[in-house]
Design a protein around this ligand. Structure first.
Ligand code: TXA
Ligand code: MG
Length: 329
């Protein structure tokens, strides 16, 4: 089924845009909005039809559940059960770039569609003022995946959202480039905390608060199997171009995604070159990653050579996204 085409409005963030967003959400429409991580595509989380429309607009498989965005911990506690670790993590990182997957309360009003029929729910309290204003004004949980077509790189500007979803959604609130540029870190706290997705909050920061297991090394034998984020498919962040990782030299015809000031041999001949962070700052690199990937991909080159990025701090999540973008499909 192809989604109904609608005119997509783009509005500068502000009180008027928030009020429009609330009206659109209340009638079951779709609103893209900035968060501190990436742009989200919001729908009324309690409306099955709004959420169904959201899956359709993204072309997202229905088995892949959504994050419910709420205004504060109290609103989150009305939807899910928090164990002691979950509470500590929420206290430490909310509002912010952490998503918790928790046992859903039986009276949780979020649409079954949004949680893909699971007995858990993913929750996040974003810190971005535009997201906070919209969620507070709406007054209920906003279901929101990243505002890209399923399988594409996440959007970090309103223009990226328009490029991917123009004509398929009602409204885009333009709040400028998102400050962090990587999606939230996801931790399941059903029993012991399990890291489901590396993201904008680095592993070290989480480990200072709670002991976490990696989903990949968690037991995986039938009933005992650790919950996995169904959206973490190997080739999820898929540019059209091939990515050649850890490049030590640039080959003829390749574009270069650089990091730091020490450029590899051949770099001066690159037809296309963008630097994630000329001064070698990983936080700056994270903020630029998806935008630079989109730009280099749009150049039409066959291969993007990517310089090595250190695995420290948020570098681990950058490398996770690069590995997915480079995975064979
Ligand atoms: O930073 C972010 O997290 C952004 C902004 C908009 O908040 N959102 C985002 O959503 O990245 P999305 O849908 O692109 O990624 C959410 C991930 C998916 O991989 C999904 O499978 C997983 O969260 N997820 C959602 N609910 C889950 C659940 N109950 N159990 C396990 N994984 C879940
Ligand atoms: Mg996504």
């Amino acid at each position: 089924m192809s989604p109904t085409m609608t005119a997509t409005q783009v509005m500068k963030a502000g009180e008027f845009a928030s009020a429009c967003a609330v009206r659109v959400l209340a009638r079951g429409g779709l609103v893209a909005f900035p968060t501190e991580t990436v742009y989200g595509l919001g729908a009324d989380g309690c409306s099955g039809t709004a959420v169904a429309r959201l899956y359709e607009a993204k072309g997202r498989p229905m088995f892949n559940p959504l994050i419910a965005h709420v205004g504060d911990s109290i609103a989150a506690q009305a939807l899910a059960h928090f164990n002691a670790d979950a509470q500590r993590l929420a206290d430490a990182f909310w509002p912010g770039a952490l998503t918790l997957v928790l046992p859903k309360r039986v009276d949780c009003p979020v649409a079954e569609f949004a949680t893909a029929g699971l007995n858990t729910i993913a929750l996040r309290v974003p810190s971005h003022p535009v997201a906070r204003e919209m969620i507070a004004a709406f007054g209920g949980p906003v279901a929101a995946p990243s505002a890209n077509r399923s399988g594409h790189v996440s959007p970090t500007t309103a223009q990226h959202v328009l490029d991917d979803l123009g004509g398929r959604i009602d409204l885009i609130i333009d709040g400028g480039a998102t400050p962090m540029g990587l999606e939230s870190t996801i931790i399941a706290c059903v029993g012991e905390p399990v890291l489901l997705r590396l993201g904008a909050v680095p592993r070290e920061a989480i480990e200072a608060i709670a002991r976490i297991k990696d989903a990949a090394v968690a037991p995986n034998d039938g009933d005992d199997c650790a919950p996995l984020a169904p959206g973490q498919l190997a080739s999820h962040y898929a540019p059209r171009a091939r990515l050649r990782l850890k490049a030590q030299a640039l080959h003829a015809g390749e574009a270069l995604l650089a990091f730091g000031s020490d450029l590899p041999p051949g770099a001066q001949k690159a037809a296309w070159m963008l630097n994630l962070s000329p001064r070698g700052d990983l936080i700056e690199a994270a903020a630029n990653l998806f935008s630079h990937l989109r730009t280099l991909d749009a150049s039409g080159v066959e291969t993007i050579a990517v310089m090595p990025v250190p695995d420290a701090g948020v570098g681990e999540a950058i490398n996770d996204r690069l590995n997915r973008a480079a995975a064979p499909r």
